[in-house]
Structure formats: structure tokens, C-alpha cells
Design a protein around this ligand. Sequence first.
Ligand code: BGP
Length: 458
Amino acid sequence: MNKLPKEFLLGGSISGPQTEGWTNKKNDNIFDYWYKNEPSDFFNSIGPDVTSNMFNTYKEDIKLFKKVGLKIFRTTVQWSRLFKNIETWEVDEENVEFYRDYFSELKKADIKVVLNLFHFDIPYFWHQKGGWENKIFTDAFAKYAEICFNTFGDLIDSWATMNEPIVVSESFYAHDFWWPKLNNFKKGIQVSYNEILASAKAIKKFKTIFKDDSKKEISIILNLTPAIPKDNEIENVYAAKMKDLFSNRFFLDASIKGEIPSLLIEKLTEMECMFEYTTEELDLIKNNTIDFLGVNYYAPCRVEAPKKENLNNKDMSRFFEQYFWPEAKMNIYRGWEIFPNSISDICKIIKDEYNNIKWFMSENGMGVQDEERFLVDGVVHDDYRIDFIKEHLNFLSKGISEGANCFAYCIWAPIDCWSWANSYKNRYGLIRVDLKDQKRTIKKSGEYFKKVSDTKEI
Ligand code: BGP
């Protein structure tokens, strides 16, 4: 049996828009607006209006979080909740009180908080002004961040500027997964750069506000998808290198080293997709890097060289296409491969190539459909989730014993929550939410999690 270090923390991650519901929220974010206009785009037409209703239940939920062993917890402040009026920046005092009480309850429960500022939830007001395509939004983001630092800084030591910036640029802008489904690769690249810039601007504010407090630290949350070539053929290895460059290194290098990889710039220029930047902006990115990193890991991406006819495409399909490994063990509900082995690569890369920066696993988990099938005496017997957590923790523990500077593992999610367009199709929680009456029940995985959290024995 493997053991995690004594001081290692087990915890959970959620986000505001996926758990709080609309009670007392005065502004729409982009998902709220999309749902109001196209409810059928969401699985079973279930939107973000109620979600897991945590605005009203956080006190009781925190008691349950303690019962499933959380020692660290990440959620997001919602920009669309913090203000009465997004345009005038008038803060909503009732919602400030809500967040302050929420974070104080977590503190009382001895749960360390990592507070994230942005989790895909672009305020609709800013979306109308171009959202992440418009550089003005990067200044607005820094101002919003500054307000959060000043409003919650006495309660929070560990912060994150944003979650999974690449999902934002891909899902809304480069592809057509999420409304407004722009499907424009070049815009997606500009958005990625603008997010990097906004994160650096927020970090600059952070470092000014907390210059005398060495306890305060800030991170960014990146979803790392290790790229695995189909085989050792030179063109497939190159395809994996390109996938890694665009999906992982772009954000890792910018956030940790303060640099955009020169190979990426070369490729983007070749493709006529280079982002617009200034040297002042690049200096700002260089001088405002993170203190620690959050890593979301779900699945690797297997790739092979593209077909000949795609070699001149002006998007990623000129570099690689996805390869479906016939032996892959799949989470069939989410369509993601289950491959805990990639955690070893993540540990190694951060250790060897990113100065062994301090990091935590900020998301990892398994979404499963129709979990009612596994109810026995009112408890979901989710042995598949226990196996999933165990396998991933084993690889993490091995990485740590080989020197990875990883201090915590956060499950996505401690409680069932709303999954964007997938709504409540797949459940991720250690705690079940019955959508009929919002009743909470700890799943079998919750008991397991608590045991590991207490004993560190996987
Ligand atoms: C991550 C997001 C989370 C969460 C999770 C599970 O990418 O940061 O918000 O949703 O994925 O994925 P999904 O909800 O799409 O099943």
C-alpha cells in the first residue's frame, strides 16, 4: 500500500457558476445568457439557474466537506455575482457578505481555501464588448481582481487568477463547442494571449497589494493534457511535440517563465495567426509570474501526424490529428481516456523543466451517468470512482517520492455539480445531490476519501 507524505492535503474543487445557482445574482454571465436563449443546448435543458443551490446551503455543505475529509478547497468568486451593476462596478454588499461568510466557515472548519477569480464565466456585459477578444477586457479583469484582493484578502492566502484558459479560447472562440460558437482559430490564439496578459496584470496588482505579506501566494490553474504519439515514427513524435506546444507549453512557459515559446511564435507567424502584442505587454508578462501552479488532469491526448491534405491548414490540424488507441481504457460517459500513468510525466516535466515549482493537483475526477443505478440503501456505491482516485493517487505518490513538489490533490468534485452544456449528465461528486429535492448523501467514495485524507494510506 502506498502512502502520501504526512503534510500532503486532500481536498476538492468546484466553481461558483457550477454550484451556487442564481439566488441574489444580479447579472448574467455568458452561460446564463446562453441558457435563457437556447435552453435545449443543455443536457435535458437543465441550466445554471439552480445548480447545487450552494448559495443557500453552503453552511451545511461545508459540514459535509469536513466529513469527506477535505483539508483544502477551491472555488471561484463570480464576477457576475460580486457586483450589483457590472458596468458601474457597484459592489453588491449582500453578496460580499455571502462570500465572506462562506470563506469564514471554511476557515472555521480548518479547510484551506484557494480562491479562483475566473472559471469560464465571462460577464455578459463584457461579452457584448468583445469579451476576451478585446484587450480592454484584460484591464477590466485586473480591476476586478484588485477588488477581490481588497475585499477578501484578509480571509484568503492562496489565490488563482483563472481556471483552464485554453478551454475558454478553444470552446467559445477557436471551436464551436460553446455559444457564441465562433469557430475561428486565429481569434482563439489572440484570446489565449489576452488571457495570459490579463493573468499577469492581475498578478501585478496582487504583488503590489500584498507586497508586505509573504504568506500570500498566487497561481493559475492549467489543464495539462500530456501529448502521447501513436508510436515512435518521427512524424508522430513531431505531432505530439506540436500538440504539447500549443496546449501545454504556451500557458506553462508564459505563467512560470514569463515567456511565450519561440517555436510557437515561429509556427503562428508561418500560419498567419500570430497574436497582436506590444513589448510593454511582454515585459509585464515576464515580470509577473505565478508563485505556485494548479494542475487539472483528466486525460492525455494521443496524436499522430496529419493527413497530407491538411498540411496547409491554418489551424492545429496541420500539425496533428487525434489518435484513438484501441487498447485505451475509456470513461465511456465522458469519452475521456483513463490513463493515470500520465501523472508521472506531469511530475517529471514540472520538476525538470519548470524549476520544480510548487504545485497542486487542482482537478482530477470521474464523471459517470445515471449513478442511481449504483444506489444501495440510499448510498451510491461508486467503486469505479474509488478505483479511479486510487490509481491516480498512486502515480502521484510515486512522483512525489521521486521529488515532485506537489502539496495537494483536489478531487473534481466534492459534491455533484452542474457541468456546463453537459449539465447534470455526468456526476462527479463524493457527495450526491438529488435534483428533485437537493438532498445530499455521501457516496461510498466519500468514505474512502476521508480515510485517505486522515491516514494518507491510498
Ligand atoms: C474541467 C472544468 C470543470 C469541470 C470539469 C469536468 O475542465 O474546469 O469546470 O466541468 O472539467 O468536465 P465536464 O464538466 O465537462 O464533464
